[in-house]
Ligand binder design. Structure first.
Ligand code: 13P
Ligand code: SF4
Length: 342
């Protein structure tokens, strides 16, 4: 085993793994890095990857937007997406001629599962001519029904890019409400009996009822309890949290924006209201800063992707992500429009 890898992991992650685990992780990381070269592969790692993966094998780590940009410009033959399925699909949408792999078939997302292409078609029939903005946390067939995608890093800019009175914003209810507050747009949620068909109603955004099963768990009470004990704590939340939680936080932004914020600020201690592996990753990268932990909130889908699964993915070229071409070309338009917004 490469002694550099084990000492790197001991230094960075000694608090998070036992010595025996660190040795196993270091061995897997070395094998992955070797195979990665042999196979001319690119590894993209989302900020929610387990610390041993996040700090060893990705060529790039980042939020959904940053990783989409990296996927769009790579010249490698294989892309291994260490993230959830909709992210790997986005990489395939952008790279139809490359092999895109995801290390587990079970890495879903509650937001992506909350809406179907048929739901979007029905909304479009209910609100003809209204542009559809779709969060990237959706599957390719939903993207294909959309005019443009967005991520948590650019949602307000994408909504503001439309000159129309109204946009449909899908599928995250909380992100929609947060974007509505940021852009000053009033938002309604249509119900089955057709609220919203009355054109005299004052609405500028039409939402959906999807939720992130991780971020919906955080409450204003959690924040009050932590502030009562640590009045000088700086609290950062993801915009998939409720608007009440975002309002009670000091900063809200995408995973990458939260990481930058911690790096650039000098608060004595931080609390990140997001998926908890990211808290570990940020703590390991900022040893001099104190991170408070509310560490029970691990995304079960992100948790499916570990170093061991990534090694198997490279060894066996699995699991190949494919998007049928007629869907891919339409989904591409929506993702590409988003990337052009910057
Ligand atoms: P980011 O785009 O902020 O990385 O978020 C992705 C995600 O799945 C958050 O739960
Ligand atoms: Fe989906 Fe939430 Fe997991 Fe992100 S954290 S992948 S939004 S379930």
């Amino acid at each position: 085993m490469n002694t550099q890898t084990i000492s790197h992991l001991q230094r960075k992650l000694g608090n998070f793994y036992s010595e025996a685990e660190l040795h196993l992780k270091a061995q897997a990381a070395d094998e992955i890095n070797q195979l990665k070269k042999e196979r001319n592969a690119l590894i993209l790692g989302h900020n929610y990857m387990e610390p041993a993966l996040y700090h060893t094998v990705p060529d790039f780590v980042g939020d959904s937007l940053e990783l989409s940009r990296k996927a769009a410009t790579t010249d490698k033959d294989i892309i291994i997406f260490c993230g959830v399925h909709f992210m790997a699909e986005t990489a395939k949408i952008l790279n139809p001629n490359k092999t895109v792999l995801i290390p587990s078939l079970k890495a879903g997302c509650s937001l992506a599962a909350s809406i179907t292409a048929e739901d979007v078609r029905q909304l479009k029939a209910q609100f003809p001519g209204v542009p559809v903005v779709t969060y990237v946390n959706t599957y390719a067939d939903v993207k294909a029904e959309s005019d443009i995608c967005c991520t948590s890093g650019n949602a307000a800019a994408v909504v503001n890019s439309f000159q129309t009175d109204t946009v449909i914003f899908l599928p995250d209810e909380y992100l929609a409400r947060n974007v509505g507050l940021e852009t000053g747009k009033h938002i309604i949620f249509p119900t089955k009996n057709g609220v919203g068909t009355d054109t005299t109603l004052d609405y500028q955004m039409i939402g959906w009822h999807g939720r992130c099963e991780v971020h919906e768990k955080y409450t204003v009470e959690d924040i009050a309890n932590v502030r009562a004990e640590y009045p000088d704590v700086l609290i950062l939340s993801h915009p998939e949290c409720s608007p009440e939680v975002v309002a009670a936080s000091d900063f809200a932004g995408s995973t990458a924006a939260m990481i930058r914020y911690v790096q650039e600020s000098n608060a004595p201690r931080y609390l990140l209201l997001t998926e908890c592996a990211m808290g570990d990753n940020v703590a390991a990268a900022n040893e001099e800063k104190e991170m408070l932990r509310l560490c029970t909130v691990r995304c079960p889908h992100m948790n499916r992707i570990r170093l061991e699964d990534t090694l198997e993915a490279l060894r066996h070229t699995r699991y190949v992500v494919d998007v049928p071409e007629p869907i891919r070309t339409r989904a591409f338009q929506a993702v590409d429009r988003m990337l052009r917004i910057g």
